[in-house]
Design a protein around this ligand. Structure first.
Ligand SMILES: C[S@@+](CC[C@H](N)C(=O)[O-])C[C@H]1O[C@@H](n2cnc3c(N)ncnc32)[C@H](O)[C@@H]1O
Length: 286
C-alpha cells in the first residue's frame, strides 16, 4: 500500500468504518469467538508474564480482549488501557467492562498511529489479531517497543497464512470466487508473508525485541451449524460483509448452501461445525 499521508488517512478512515459496521456482529457471536480465543489470551499472558500491579496496554482490543481478562489479572493495583480504531467496538468493550464490574480499565478510541504515550509507559503491551490489520507492521512494532518499560514485554497473536490459519475464511473465499467470478485478490486477508511465524519472528527481531519466542497454537471455532457460517462471516468480517452486502437474496442463498456443503468435513454428529484454526503467538522483551 502507498503510505502517503492522504492515502494513509483514507485507508484508516475506511478501516474505521468497516470495523464500526461489524461491531454489533462481534457482540452477537462473542461467546463462540471467545470460547476458543481466551486460551490464546492466557498463553499470551504467560509469555509476557502479566502479573498483579502492572500497567498494560492492549492495542486493537476490539470489543475488549485481551484487555478485560488482563484487568482481572493485574487487579486493582494495576491498570489496563484498551485502545482501538473503532469507537463502536470500544463502546461494546466499555459495556462489557461495566457488566464485569471492572474499574481498572481505561478506554481510548485511537488507531495505533495516533498513540503517543511517553517512552516506557507500560510493563506489558498486548495485541491479539491486530498487528496484521495495521498499516505498517515494522513502524507499529518499533512504536510498541518504545512505549515499553526497560524490562517490559510485548505479546501478540497473528493468524497463520492461508487455509491452515483460518480454514473457514479460505473455503468461503474459494466459494465466492466460484459463484461471483471474483478477481483472485478479493476478498483476501492482509498478509505478512507465506509463513506468519517466520515473518513475525523476523519483524520482531528487526524492531529490536530481545528474547523473542514464537509458537503455534490451535484453537477451535464452534458454530451451531454449517448453514450459520455465511451469516457469521457477514456479521464479523468486514471483507465478507462488503462482499455479500450488495448481492441479491437469491445469490446469498446460493452462497450459503454452497458454503454449507463445502464445510461438511467439519460438521459433527450433533450438527455443529468445529473448525480448527492455527494462530501464531509471539512475545519479546524491550
Ligand atoms: C480482528 S479484530 C481483533 C479484536 C480483538 N483484539 C480480539 O482479539 O478479539 C481487529 C481489531 O483491530 C482494530 N484495528 C484495525 N486497524 C487498526 C489500527 N490502525 N489501529 C488500531 N486498531 C485497529 C479494528 O477496529 C478491530 O477491532
Amino acid at each position: 500500500m502507498n503510505t502517503q499521508p492522504d492515502d494513509l488517512a483514507r485507508y484508516k478512515e475506511g478501516q474505521r468504518q468497516q470495523w464500526d459496521s461489524v461491531a454489533a456482529g462481534w457482540k452477537k457471536w462473542w461467546p463462540a469467538i471467545e470460547n476458543g480465543a481466551q486460551h490464546v489470551s492466557k498463553r499470551m499472558f504467560e509469555l509476557a508474564e502479566v502479573n498483579p500491579g502492572q500497567r498494560v496496554l492492549d492495542i486493537a482490543t476490539g470489543i475488549g480482549e485481551p484487555a478485560l481478562l488482563a484487568a482481572s489479572r493485574v487487579g486493582t493495583t494495576g491498570l489496563v488501557v484498551a485502545t482501538d480504531l473503532s469507537p463502536q467496538m470500544l463502546d461494546i468493550a466499555r459495556e462489557r467492562a461495566n457488566t464485569l464490574g471492572l474499574t481498572n480499565v481505561q478506554f481510548l478510541a485511537s488507531g495505533i498511529e495516533g498513540l503517543d504515550f511517553p517512552d516506557g509507559s507500560f510493563d506489558t503491551i498486548l495485541c491479539r489479531w491486530g498487528v496484521t490489520s495495521l498499516p505498517n507492521p515494522p513502524n507499529t512494532l518499533a512504536k510498541i517497543r518504545r512505549m515499553l518499560a526497560p524490562s517490559g514485554s510485548f505479546a501478540t497473536a497473528v493468524w497463520e497464512e492461508g487455509p491452515k490459519g483460518r480454514p473457514m475464511a479460505s473455503i468461503a473465499t474459494d466459494v465466492a470466487r466460484e459463484i461471483f467470478d471474483l478477481p483472485s485478490a478479493r476478498p483476501g486477508v492482509p498478509s505478512l508473508s507465506a509463513s506468519a511465524k517466520n515473518a513475525l519472528e523476523k519483524e520482531m527481531i528487526h524492531a529490536g525485541f530481545t528474547d523473542v519466542r514464537v509458537e503455534e497454537m490451535t484453537l477451535t471455532l464452534e458454530l451451531p451449524s454449517a448453514e450459520d457460517c455465511t451469516q457469521y462471516l457477514m456479521d464479523v468480517s468486514p471483507e465478507f460483509a462488503t462482499l455479500l452486502s450488495d448481492k441479491s437474496s437469491g445469490q446469498r442463498e446460493e452462497y450459503r448452501q454452497r458454503l454449507a456443503e463445502k464445510l461438511q468435513p467439519y460438521v459433527t454428529v450433533d450438527g455443529s461445525v468445529q473448525v480448527p484454526n492455527l494462530t501464531i503467538c509471539a512475545a519479546g522483551r524491550r
